[in-house]
Ligand binder design. Structure first.
Ligand SMILES: Cc1cc2nc3c(=O)[nH]c(=O)nc-3n(C[C@H](O)[C@H](O)[C@H](O)COP(=O)(O)O)c2cc1C
Length: 409
């Protein structure tokens, strides 16, 4: 069977951990599968494996210095390397290099090339270090940042470590790393290529006074997963997000808003040039009629009564303006769920509605998983079992792509 690695250019960053001694074998396996491999080494990595060895097995001179002296045409070599990469692997990734990658340092050839990667190049990071270093909150926070950027983190194996201790921290065997690399490169059909996708995510905040607001528990995870996946599937994506604790995904445009009215303005201005709108935001139904200009003081009032007025129904408004667009809404219902969602689907002129179950474990706002059904105007229903929001995003977008095809967009 032909490997996914065949004919691909793999950039391999080797940093200064003891497991660097396993990297010649990794290079050998990647080459055997038909890849061409360019190795980048940090200076500390050279204490564990020599550039001569890695240069020989990769059949390419190893790169380390950002200022490489007399190499011909070399000043922007990291940019050229980055642009021809099919995949960037960092193995082993030391705690130090993880921190640099997470925070955008560019002080050696490995970290500088990482920053120069085009957003569509996938990144595989293989951390390897002593258990205490691995479980340290600083390392875990850095890994979370890298994961949030959509990079694949191959978790370390649990077992005996160079320090004599035992625990998670061992670099997985080269065969496992090569297999993971091939899995990442497995070509995903770009089913949304050429499509402009608009996605809303997160809650909205409706101000009461300069320091208080009304909001809801939406984490934005589902909308962000949809946006990242749509970009990976080839779409040009704009994500309009309410306030969430998620960083901007790479490779797409993010517009941050606070209130329902701000979200409405952003979506309405983007809508005409959109092919598919997925409204995954949990927009507040009501806002405070009169927002106090300064902080409401306790002693100024007895009980505080707020008059709430209805926010515009953004999706229904866009449903009325719909021309070529495909519109998909989300419904989070607690009672008479299918009946209520079907009514929304019709009233708002939608092409599909994704029905969330609010009151089941593993579904709803703050979880990483979700359980949904998708309802269509002709009464058909597609049901999905509990799955990660990330995986569900792929399923929802593949349904959307079929609906768009049907709508002849
Ligand atoms: C014998 C020895 C083994 C080491 N092994 C590791 C390791 O497995 N993982 C790690 O994160 N750091 C390890 N270090 C520490 C790194 O080499 C050190 O943090 C270095 O600054 C990493 O630089 P780099 O990320 O630029 O390669 C080791 C150090 C020594 C002396």
């Amino acid at each position: 069977m032909k490997s996914e690695l065949n004919g691909k250019t793999i950039l391999l960053g080797v940093s200064g951990g003891i497991a660097a001694y396993k990297t010649p074998e990794l290079v050998r396996l990647l080459k055997k599968a038909g890849a061409s491999v360019q190795v980048f080494m940090t200076e500390p990595a050279k204490q564990f494996v020599t550039p001569v060895t890695l240069g020989t097995v990769s059949e390419n001179p190893v790169l380390s210095d950002v200022f490489p002296g007399n190499r011909e045409g070399s000043w922007t070599v990291h940019i050229h390397q980055a642009r021809r990469a099919a995949l960037f692997i960092v193995a082993p990734a030391t705690a130090n290099t993880l921190a640099k990658l997470a925070h955008g340092h560019a002080d050696n050839m490995l970290t500088t090339t990482y920053l120069a990667l085009p957003p569509e190049v996938p990144v595989l990071i293989v951390p390897a270090m002593d258990t205490d270093m691995f479980v340290h909150p600083a390392t875990q926070a850095n890994l979370e940042i890298l994961r949030g950027r959509g990079h694949v983190i191959l978790p370390p194996d649990d077992g005996p470590l160079a320090s004599g201790l035992s625990g998670p921290g061992r670099m997985p065997e080269p065969a496992k790393i090569a297999e993971t690399a091939a899995g990442i490169l497995k070509s995903e059909p770009k089913i949304l290529a050429g499509k402009r996708v608009l996605i809303s995510a997160g809650p909205t905040r409706e101000p009461i006074d300069p320091v208080r607001f009304i909001s809801n528990y939406s984490s934005g995870k589902m909308g962000f997963a949809l946006a990242e996946t749509a970009a990976r599937l080839g779409a040009e994506v704009t994500l309009v997000s309410g306030p969430v604790h998620l960083s901007d995904p790479a490779g797409l445009r993010v517009i941050r808003v606070e209130s329902a009215l701000e979200m409405q303005k952003a979506l309405e201005s983007e809508f005409p040039r959109t092919d598919l709108l997925i409204m995954a935001a949990a927009v507040a139904d009501y806002r405070v009629e009169t927002v106090a200009g300064s902080k409401i003081k306790k002693e100024d009032s007895g009980n505080l009564e707020l008059k709430l007025v209805k926010n515009p129904d953004i999706l229904a408004g866009l449903g009325k303006k719909k021309k070529h667009q495909t519109l998909v809404g989300f419904a989070l219902e607690t009672d008479r769920i299918v009946e209520n969602a079907t009514r929304k689907l019709k009233e708002k002129n939608l092409d599909a509605i994704v029905l969330n179950r609010a009151n089941e474990p593993g579904a709803g706002f703050e979880t990483d998983t979700n359980i949904v059904k998708i309802l269509f105007p002709d009464g058909t229903v597609t049901e999905f079992s509990k799955m990660l929001k990330k995986d569900l995003a792929g399923q929802i977008l593949s349904v959307c792509s079929r609906v768009m095809e049907h709508n002849h967009v």
